[in-house]
Write a protein that binds this ligand. Structure first.
Ligand code: ATR
Length: 283
């Protein structure tokens, strides 16, 4: 192997050592036969500018960004993709041939890739979507739903002002609904997504009554610890198709590989079960 043929990628975060990204991307390095390594890059926020600037010199093809770097990176990279600007966060950096940095966001593609693989009959334009939460995850998911033709997004958030800001930034048919009206907001929804941290290990469960949920509605949660939240299990118990958040994490990987290396690795059952085992092993 030549020195140039060795590919380096990593995930910058603080904390980051809990991340499953290295496990996943290194699986793809071995699957595709591409020589390289995906590494943990634990990095305090004040070191982010110098760290990003070092990527080219260290021969990295790019990096993923996680908490707390996704916002700050927008001020550092040379060019921000319009989608990332709309979502308001960068999750993926590409080092271009001339050494300049391009920042994008693949979280919305991860959400769609997962839904399309797990529930092939899902159609974004089948009816309105109800989205619970208005943080970073919600921004990516609202963009995803609208890009798939959702006729309306009903956005429910505890802090109404945050939802209103999101609606203004993302644009399109987003209707802000008060937190207390969340149960009724499921009525007639084709897609229902929890983007809050509620239901995550150590957090209270999402308090959402499913009485109004239609039989055909597809449910998704971005939480993946546990792999299936109480919300996902309750929807499944009613007979609805419902997916947990791990798939969203996995499916933002192939679009990143396309940008870094020009090839899209496969999301296999083997990869999924490896990731699931790793998460269960923590429990
Ligand atoms: P992320 O970027 O991961 O989405 P975030 O920006 O902290 O994280 O957003 C977390 C979301 O979970 C927000 O919508 C938050 O509601 P607020 O905007 O009102 O803070 C929501 N959330 C977290 N804890 C909550 C709780 N106990 N009840 C209701 N919503 C909660």
């Amino acid at each position: 192997m030549t020195d140039q043929a060795y590919h380096l990628i990593g995930v910058m975060g603080w904390p980051v050592m809990h991340s499953r990204s290295p496990l996943m991307h290194n699986y793809w390095f071995s699957q595709t036969g591409l020589p390289g390594k995906y590494v943990f890059l634990p990095l305090e926020p004040h070191r982010l500018p110098a760290a990003l600037r070092s990527l080219h010199a260290l021969n990295f093809a790019g990096a993923n960004l996680t908490i707390p770097h996704k916002l700050q990176a927008m001020e550092i990279v040379d060019e921000v993709d319009p989608v990332a600007r709309k979502i308001g966060a960068i999750s993926c950096v590409v080092v271009r041939d001339d050494g300049s940095l391009w920042g994008t966001n693949n979280d919305w593609l991860g959400f769609l890739g997962n839904l399309k693989q797990s529930v092939p009959e899902w159609r974004g334009d089948a009816g309105p979507a109800t989205v619970i939460g208005a943080g970073g995850g919600s921004r990516a998911i609202c963009h995803a739903l609208l890009s798939e033709g959702a006729p309306a997004v009903r956005l429910v958030n505890r802090t109404r002002a945050k939802a209103e800001r999101l609606a203004a930034d993302i644009g399109g048919p987003i209707e802000v609904i008060g937190w207390e009206a969340r149960h009724d907001a499921l009525d007639g929804a084709a897609t229902v997504v929890n983007t809050t941290s509620l239901g995550m290990v150590g957090q209270p469960p999402l308090d959402l009554r499913l009485d109004a949920l239609g039989a055909e509605a597809v449910v998704a949660d971005i939480v993946y610890t546990p792999l299936e939240t109480r919300f996902v299990k309750a929807a499944q118990a009613r007979g609805n198709r419902a997916v947990g958040g791990l798939g969203m994490l996995i499916h933002q990987g192939p679009p990143a590989w396309k940008l870094w290396f020009g090839l899209e690795p496969k999301v296999t059952d083997e990869l999924r079960s490896m990731m699931e085992k790793s998460i269960l092993g923590d429990g």
